[in-house]
Ligand binder design. Structure first.
Ligand code: HEM
Length: 257
């Protein structure tokens, strides 16, 4: 059995990466597999990145992140979401960032700590903290973890759907399996490198759970009607209570007559 220092998982990137790699099984061979697949996947990256932006533009919730201009951009800007199109010059510029990330996933040296620092900063820079040196003068970017998680899942789905149909000559079955498993493992580690900057520590979760369990705090259940801070009723309970009140009022009126 291996010992894992729980505190270091929260405070040290190398320790977190070492554990994540060990746990999910991202081996040196996985890194080499991704590198070997780079020449095959590289030409597909443009299509994947275009697909990502088309997908993000389908929802105002995700499209809204792209309306603000890059700091320092002085050209004409669309005023609202309807006016923002995929051929906007700012979008081409932003696509280049995502292209760099996607190519990095397949070409990176996973024995080099700088690779993990880059992937970690990609997570951090979506939380409102600059992360990268070149972003320090830019306006903070805040994207919900919900959106980044789902996009990672969506990207994996597209890669699976693109790679699985490749014929035996292009990618032999044994190698195909290795590539898909390596992609799955690295994207889950990237997911953790987003998550660790949003969920600050498991201790905070435990403390929040204790507050909820002691009745001091509550999260509304889906569809719940919040009647006062820290006290939530489900819709059916609210309807039942309202009916009781009406019956009580009618009873009182009849009694008073
Ligand atoms: C798969 C998950 C994601 C990855 C891997 C990713 C990756 C990146 C990278 C590498 C950059 C540029 C970093 C740099 O400045 O060097 C970036 C910037 C950005 N991302 Fe993400 N991102 C993801 C999800 C999202 C989502 C879901 C949104 C919005 C809904 C979003 C919005 C943005 C915006 C607005 C920028 C700023 C571009 C700029 O500075 O002009 N990202 N992202």
């Amino acid at each position: 059995m291996q010992h894992v220092d729980r505190h270091k998982l929260q405070t040290s990137l190398p320790d977190r990466i070492a554990f994540a790699r060990e746990f999910i099984g991202f081996s040196v061979e996985d890194g080499e597999t991704l590198n070997a697949a780079a020449s095959l996947v590289g030409p597909l990256v443009k299509g994947v990145v275009d697909g990502v932006y088309e997908h993000l533009f389908k929802f105002d919730y995700t499209k809204a992140s792209f309306l603000p201009a890059n700091s320092g951009f002085e050209g004409d800007r669309p005023k609202d979401l309807a006016g923002l199109t995929l051929d906007d010059p700012q979008i081409a510029f932003r696509k280049s960032f995502l292209t760099k990330w996607a190519l990095k996933v397949f070409t990176a040296d996973y024995n080099n700590p700088a690779t993990w620092e880059y992937l970690d900063k990609v997570g951090l820079m979506h939380t409102g903290v600059a992360g990268f040196e070149h972003r320090k003068k830019k306006d903070p970017l805040v994207v919900d973890l919900l959106a980044t998680s789902l996009l990672l899942g969506w990207v994996e789905d597209v890669l699976v759907a693109t790679i699985v149909p490749l014929d035996e000559e292009t990618l032999p079955a044994a190698m195909k399996l290795k590539v898909l498993r390596a992609i799955n493992r690295i994207l889950w580690i990237q997911q953790d490198l987003f998550q660790r900057h949003y969920i600050r520590s498991d201790e905070e979760m435990v403390a929040a759970a204790a507050r909820i369990n002691s009745g001091g705090e509550s999260y509304p259940a889906p569809g719940a009607v919040v009647v006062s801070p820290g006290f939530a009723l489900s819709q059916s309970t609210k309807v039942a209570l309202e009916s009781l009140l009406v019956v009580g009022a009618v009873f009182l009126v009849m009694k008073l007559r």
